[in-house]
Design a protein around this ligand. Structure first.
Ligand code: CEZ
Length: 800
């Protein structure tokens, strides 16, 4: 049995930003449970048992704490597995009198502790543990800009007898380099310094590697009794569960000289009854000892720690969205008001810690920043368009650093990147009405000749319109939104139903924006665009509607796939959602699609992105079919696809189903024993293949990089609360589900503070708005003044 407690601020205090914390009272019931912290140069995922996944940018992703074997470099993967020698941050505690030893927060000794609490809050991760009449408090946080972990530890004697104990912080360094690695204790710096040389073989790499932080430091604010730098000698025969080095009275100050390093310090302490001892540690990468000395000076010391924590609190508190809600569901409110904008800021702030984020991810993650700091979104659009080719094509990745290169998936041509420009722009303009952006002059990647933002968008749409086959359907190349769908069209003929529909939706969205924001596009061009969108919808219906739902595409050999005729992958969610968005469906088609989705894709853990999952390679579809069934794109509850469905359902007025599917995207305390995670971030997927591997279904990927976030926030602001911006104000059309009779909150909009209450009333047949006691003739709120505060009552009819 375990307990998760959701603590933190009520929804009313908006000024000081939010701070919520989630705590777990067991290290074994949710062994994967974790929280993440970041700044613009690093991200760490800290597990409740003490394991950690930490990366920093220099400028490419690098590590300063690794496993004891050579690790492959890759992008952050889902369902990260922990193992005994996984990088960790542990503290061995030994009673010098009875030699009893245990470790906190739990790994690696896994001794059942008297009391255990793991708390994740916005800008800090903490443990409070009691065992053998000792109370141990650990707190872990980061800094606003430097790549440094800041730790504090306190050990208190809860007993009435004096205790003689040894405290051994054990911080993993791991296998640093096959060329050169070592570790020793540096008296001046008062800590372990591990040094290495990033391995290379080409001469020019020697010069390129000059700036790399090849050292890892572990510095304490107190003089240790002894230390140990050699991983395997520290463990000896006892291993990490019972290291030999702890058997002796003092550690033997053992250096690592090309052996795998570790950072272990020993502090022998005598604690009288109720006496406590406190420590501070900093850990991280550095280029040299000078840098370590500078970081020690900046972060070690009582006031320094408080100062640094306050600064980091303020940094994370920037993650303030434009909406605060209060419903009768505190957990839902806590997530929407706090954890969701926090994850959204993380995406917009550090671009998933990549120097070449995929273009679709970059644009969608930046879309989310429109609700936090729209200047970031504006900059992101201009940067992305400056890397567009003059023929309209968008690159697979956006280079964020002058030395950055397109890596991994960005070396595989995907056909969809252009669609996200007008689609994400719509959310930005709804929030800002920033027409000036549309007239910004921006160069191209292949010519310095600058053109207007509008011209860039139209070149992108024209590129999409040209990239279609004789049927008018969009070529998929080696993938569209679905990265691993790489063999449908790699011979240059295969087409994507999703991309065709997304192209029609992108075109319609652009036309709507031009009309809404009076972009002086000649009418003939607009109607031409609308005709093309319509012809695409028609072509998709003609070639890809299959009885009750839309197929996923047509292969190079002309095989229509994603229908009931397929043995596996019979139905894909995305073509259905985007057919609703692009206007390719009529009511009866929508009913057929939604009932097919409900019967084949809906699970207790959310809607799967396809079913049945593939269990063998399908060579005219590709890599997606080789992924484990129920994992990632191969039929998981892929939250990014689920939220597209939610957004489409809201456009179709299916508010109850939209709310139901949206709630399933959010991690909850109730589902924790199944998902295995705490409700502190939306994972990119929950295991699917519900009808094939039901016992595995619902498990979280524990990967907090996901395009879901910005769309989820958009659905809550523009659809659920129905407080959607337009060129001259706010359109008010809430879409409360039957299960919600009231929702109140505060909406920040273009500087105005709108305190609102939405309540259902049998006295109204349409949305009624009362502003500052005045009844409004329509549901459009115009002439809002920045810095002004408004009181708004919105009465809506009960759901029919
Ligand atoms: O990456 C995501 C991409 O970041 O997959 C999504 C795609 O829309 C996002 O832009 C759906 O394909 O290469 C792979 O097989 C990986 O599965 C990536 O596709 C996937 C990563 O796992 C992150 O989820």
């Amino acid at each position: 049995m375990f307990n998760i407690n959701i603590g933190g601020a009520s929804t009313t205090d908006t000024c000081s930003g939010f701070n919520s914390n989630i705590s777990l009272n067991s290290p074994t019931c949710l062994p994967q449970a974790s929280g993440f912290l970041w700044n613009s140069k690093m991200v760490v995922q800290m597990n409740c048992r003490g394991y950690i996944n930490a990366q920093f940018m220099q400028p490419e992703p690098s590590k300063y704490s690794r496993a004891v074997n050579m690790e492959a470099k890759s992008f952050i993967q889902p369902e990260h597995s922990y193992f005994t020698h996984h990088p960790g941050r542990f503290f061995y505690i030994k009673d010098e009198d009875d030699k009893k030893t245990f470790s906190v927060p739990y790994e690696p000794m896994r001794v059942a502790l008297d009391k255990y609490n793991f708390t994740v809050s916005s800008s800090m991760i903490q443990w409070q543990v009691e065992h053998l009449e000792l109370e141990i408090k650990i707190s872990f946080s980061l800094a606003t800009t430097d790549v440094v972990e800041r730790w504090s530890l306190s050990v208190k004697n809860l007993g009435s007898n004096t205790r003689n104990i040894s405290i051994y912080p054990y911080f993993s360094i791991g296998y640093m380099s096959w060329m050169n690695q070592s570790a020793t204790f540096n008296n001046q710096l008062n800590g372990i310094i591990a040094s290495s040389v990033t391995p290379y073989q080409k001469v020019d790499e020697y010069f390129k590697n000059q700036t790399l932080k090849d050292k890892t430091f572990f510095i304490a604010n107190k003089k240790p009794t002894a230390w140990h730098g050699d991983q395997s000698v520290f463990e000896g025969e006892g291993g990490l569960h019972s290291p030999d080095a702890l058997m002796s009275e003092k550690l033997h100050n053992v250096e690592a000289r090309y052996q795998t390093p570790v950072a272990v310090l020993q502090f022998r302490e005598t604690l009288r009854a109720a006496e406590q001892t406190d420590f501070q540690f900093i850990f991280g990468p550095a280029k040299d000892e000078i840098e370590v000395a500078m970081l020690s000076k900046q972060y070690l010391g009582e006031d320094k720690t408080e100062q640094a924590q306050q600064e980091y609190d303020e940094y994370v508190a920037q993650a303030k969205g434009c909406l605060v809600i209060e419903t009768d569901d505190h957990a839902f409110d806590d997530f929407v008001n706090h954890w969701l904008p926090r994850q959204m800021f993380y995406h917009g702030d550090v671009n998933r810690l990549s120097t070449d984020p995929q273009t679709r991810n970059f644009l969608q993650d930046s879309m989310g920043m429109a609700y936090i700091d729209y200047t970031v979104t504006r900059q992101a659009f201009i940067l992305a368009l400056s890397q567009q080719q003059s023929n309209g094509a968008m690159p697979d990745g956006i280079l964020l650093h002058e030395t950055a290169e397109l890596k991994y998936i960005n070396q595989v041509p995907h056909a969809d990147h252009c669609v996200w420009l007008p689609i994400c722009l719509a959310a930005y303009l709804n929030e800002t009405a920033d027409i000036d952006l549309l007239h910004e002059k921006i160069p191209f990647s292949d010519t310095k000749k600058a053109s207007s933002f509008i011209a860039h968008i139209e070149l992108a749409l024209d590129w999409l319109i040209k990239a279609r086959d004789h049927r008018g359907l969009s070529y998929i190349e080696q993938g569209d939104w679905c990265d691993p769908m790489n063999m449908v069209g790699y011979k240059g003929k295969g087409v994507s139903a999703w991309l065709s529909l997304a192209t029609a939706y992108a075109i319609n969205t652009w036309c709507q924006l031009c009309e809404q924001y009076h972009v002086n596009l000649n009418g003939e061009k607009l109607s031409n665009y609308r005709d093309i969108a319509q012809s695409i919808n028609k072509a998709v219906n003609q070639h890809l509607w299959h009885n009750k739902w839309f197929a996923r595409g047509i292969t190079d050999e002309g095989r229509v796939f994603g229908t009931e005729l397929d043995a596996q992958g019979k139905i894909y969610l995305n073509p259905q959602s985007w057919a609703m968005l692009s206007g390719a469906t009529n009511d009866s088609q929508q009913q057929l699609m939604i009932s097919a989705i409900t019967s084949q894709l809906m699970t207790p853990f959310g809607v799967m992105m396809l079913a049945p999952s593939y269990t063998e390679m399908v060579e005219d579809i590709g890599r997606i079919t080789q992924k484990h069934p129920g994992v990632s794109e191969n039929g998981s509850v892929y939250n990014h696809a689920a939220i597209f469905y939610v957004y489409a359902l809201y456009q179709a007025g299916k508010n109850d189903l939209a709310f139901e599917v949206m709630k399933q995207v959010l991690p909850t305390v109730e589902q924790a024993s199944k998902t295995g995670q705490l409700p502190v971030y939306v994972p990119n997927y929950y295991r699917g293949a519900y009808y094939q591997f039901p016992e595995q279904a619902g498990r979280s990927s524990h990967l907090f990089n996901t395009g879901t976030i910005s769309w989820l926030y958009r659905c809550i602001v523009e659809e659920l609360c129905g407080l959607k911006g337009t060129n001259d104000g706010l359109i008010i059309s809430p879409k409360l589900p039957s299960s919600l009779s009231k929702l109140s909150g505060i909406r920040q909009f273009r500087g105005a503070n709108i305190h609102f209450t939405i309540e259902k009333s049998s006295e109204v047949s349409r949305v009624e708005v009362i502003l500052n006691g005045e009844f409004l003739a329509s549901n459009r709120l115009e002439g809002l003044v920045s810095e002004q505060t408004y009181q708004m009552l919105i009465r809506v009819p009960f759901n029919d």
